[in-house]
Each structure stands twice: as structure tokens, then as C-alpha cells.
Design a protein around this ligand. Structure first.
Ligand code: AMP
Length: 308
């Protein structure tokens, strides 16, 4: 079975959407990524840090999905990373209200035993210096390295971010972040500029408007599934990334054609994530539900057309 190492935040989130408000619930980029990847036949482990305030039950839930959490350091007298956000009425945009780095501020990541040489490495959203420190701990270059990041790190740690971006194969970011990173409004031009920074593949997420995959001259687009109920978009981007790399790791195939399928799997899983607050929907998601929705996805995107 292929090994997938996931780096990212394991967090407390407080979320407000037009449909309600939550107090501190389980969140974090690595949490969502690992839950999505657990839908595939891969052996995965998380590298992250939490404080003494982090409930043991959350780790047990991840373990019950075969996610190795021995690389999640627990700082007994520290506080877990905390993020709070409020969504606008369109649910596609949000304001970050609070980002408390807490134990993440001086975290030295340690790759867990048995994961020193993962075939797949997912550098989820967190401090780029931590992402870099993990790359440096892996002696043999993984088959594929995917990086996800956000505007917070562009605003606060630009140079370190640019350095880590130069080391990866795939970057996944949303449209606004792609514009900020490249200084280009057109997403096609933005992707061209980002290619020059290092990544051969650029994935641009557009929330409810789908996702684009760029590989030099080639472009692929997948829509997001139109849903009746969207309660909380938090973690959709990470779930997408987890589905993307989880599928690639389980199929051992990193060709452009297989990446197209990975984009569909990622979009499909993200469509579940938004149906309930926090990680709830991803925690009880079944293989049957995933397959049924994939069928809907296929129907939504297929058409016959005569070309002259
Ligand atoms: P997404 O909605 O996919 O962008 O991911 C939301 C998740 O990212 C939340 O669960 C947060 O805990 C986490 N998050 C928010 N801000 C940051 C940040 N600056 N670095 C790392 N993770 C973050």
C-alpha cells in the first residue's frame, strides 16, 4: 500500500455561516485532508502539533479511520491552533476573524517512524517553514509532492513560501490566492507565472464554481456539484486536496489523465464536506454514498456533440 504523509494544522475552529454558529469544534487542514484521503486504499499519517487542551477523542476518531497520529506532537502546557471565520451570504467568500497560532508558532515537525520515505507528500496549509522542514527530513524525493497554502502565509511569510513552492510538483490554491501569488488577474496567466515558480501542475479552486488543472499548455476543468444544501464550506479546499492526492496515491499513477480523475474525486468529496458543520459529514461518509454521487457527477458533466 502506498504511503501518504500529510502535514498541516490540526485545529479548533469557530465558524459562523448564514445558517448558524459553532463554538470551538475540530478543524484544521490536516484533519480534513486525512479524512478525505481515508476514503482510499492508502496508509496515511499526519505531522502536526496540538496543545494539552486537545481532546483525546478527536485523535481516536482519526485512528479509527486508519490515520496514523503518532506524528501529532502534544504540547501539554500549550494551546491548540485556533481559527475563526465568518462566511458572507454567498458562502463563497469569508472573513478570517482570528488566527491564533499558539503551539504552531514554534513547532519543529518530526516525521513519524515508518513514514521517513513516503511515496506521496501532502504539504497542507500551515507555516511554510514547517512545510520546508518536513521536505528536508525526507531523504528520497517522494513520487509526488503537493502543496496547499493560503493568503495568510502570503501576507506574513512571503519569502519562505516562495522557497517551498519552488520544491513541489503540484500547488493547489483558490482563485484569489492565485491572483495574489502571481499578480495576474487572468487565471490562465496566473497559472503560467506559478509554473515558473516551480510547480509543474497548478490546481486553482473556485469554490462552488469548480476547479481548474493546468499543466503547461494543457487545461482541465471540473465543475462543483450543484447542491441543495450548503451549510459550512470550511475545509472544502482541504477535502478537495485530500481527495486529489488520496486518489493518486491509491492508483500509483501521476499522469495528467489520472490527475483529471483525481480532480473529480476531490470535487466529489468536497461536495459532502460542506453539507454539515465542521468535519461531521466526512466522519460518517460511506463508500456507497461516494460512488453514488460520482455517478451524478458523471451525468452532470457528460454530453454528446457532433463536431464538423
Ligand atoms: P479551507 O476551508 O479548506 O480553506 O480550510 C479551513 C481550515 O483551515 C480550517 O479548519 C482552519 O483550521 C484551517 N486554517 C485556517 N487558517 C489557517 C492558516 N493560516 N494556516 C493553516 N490552517 C489554517
Amino acid at each position: 500500500m502506498n504511503k501518504l504523509l500529510i502535514v498541516g494544522t490540526v485545529a479548533f475552529d469557530a465558524i459562523e455561516t448564514p445558517f448558524g454558529k459553532t463554538d470551538k469544534i475540530l478543524g484544521g487542514a490536516a484533519t480534513y485532508i486525512s479524512l478525505a484521503a481515508s476514503q482510499f486504499n492508502v496508509e496515511s499519517a499526519i505531522v502536526s502539533v496540538v496543545g494539552g487542551d486537545f481532546p483525546e477523542g478527536y485523535l481516536e476518531m482519526l485512528n479509527s479511520k486508519n490515520i496514523n497520529t503518532t506524528g501529532i506532537e502534544i504540547v501539554k502546557d500549550g494551546k491548540t491552533f485556533f481559527w475563526s471565520g465568518k462566511y458572507h451570504n454567498d458562502l463563497n467568500t469569508r472573513d478570517t476573524l482570528i488566527t491564533d497560532l499558539n503551539v504552531l508558532a514554534d513547532f519543529n515537525p518530526k516525521v513519524p517512524e515508518n513514514f521517513e520515505n513516503p511515496e506521496f507528500l501532502m504539504l497542507g496549509n500551515l507555516h511554510p517553514a514547517v512545510q520546508m522542514a518536513v521536505i528536508k527530513q525526507i531523504p528520497k524525493r517522494p513520487k509526488l509532492v503537493v502543496l496547499d497554502t493560503m493568503n495568510f502565509w502570503m501576507d506574513n511569510t512571503w519569502d519562505e513560501l516562495i522557497e517551498v513552492i519552488s520544491k513541489v510538483d503540484v500547488i493547489t490554491i483558490n482563485d484569489e490566492e492565485a491572483r495574489q501569488l502571481s499578480g495576474e488577474y487572468s487565471l490562465v496567466r496566473a497559472a503560467q507565472k506559478i509554473h515558473k515558480m516551480g510547480p509543474k501542475y497548478v490546481v486553482i479552486k473556485k469554490g462552488e464554481h469548480g476547479a481548474l488543472l493546468f499543466n503547461n499548455g494543457d487545461i482541465f476543468f471540473a465543475p462543483a456539484l450543484p447542491l441543495e444544501d450548503v451549510f459550512d464550506p470550511t475545509g472544502a479546499g482541504d477535502t478537495f486536496a485530500g481527495g486529489f492526492i488520496g486518489y493518486l496515491a491509491s492508483t500509483h499513477d501521476i499522469s495528467f489523465n489520472n490527475m483529471k480523475r483525481a480532480i473529480i474525486y476531490g470535487s466529489n468529496l468536497a461536495s459532502f464536506c460542506v453539507e454539515k458543520f465542521g468535519t461531521r459529514r466526512m466522519e460518517d461518509l460511506t463508500e456507497k454514498e461516494v460512488q453514488e454521487r460520482l455517478r451524478d457527477f458523471k451525468e452532470l458533466t457528460q454530453f454528446e456533440i457532433e463536431l464538423n
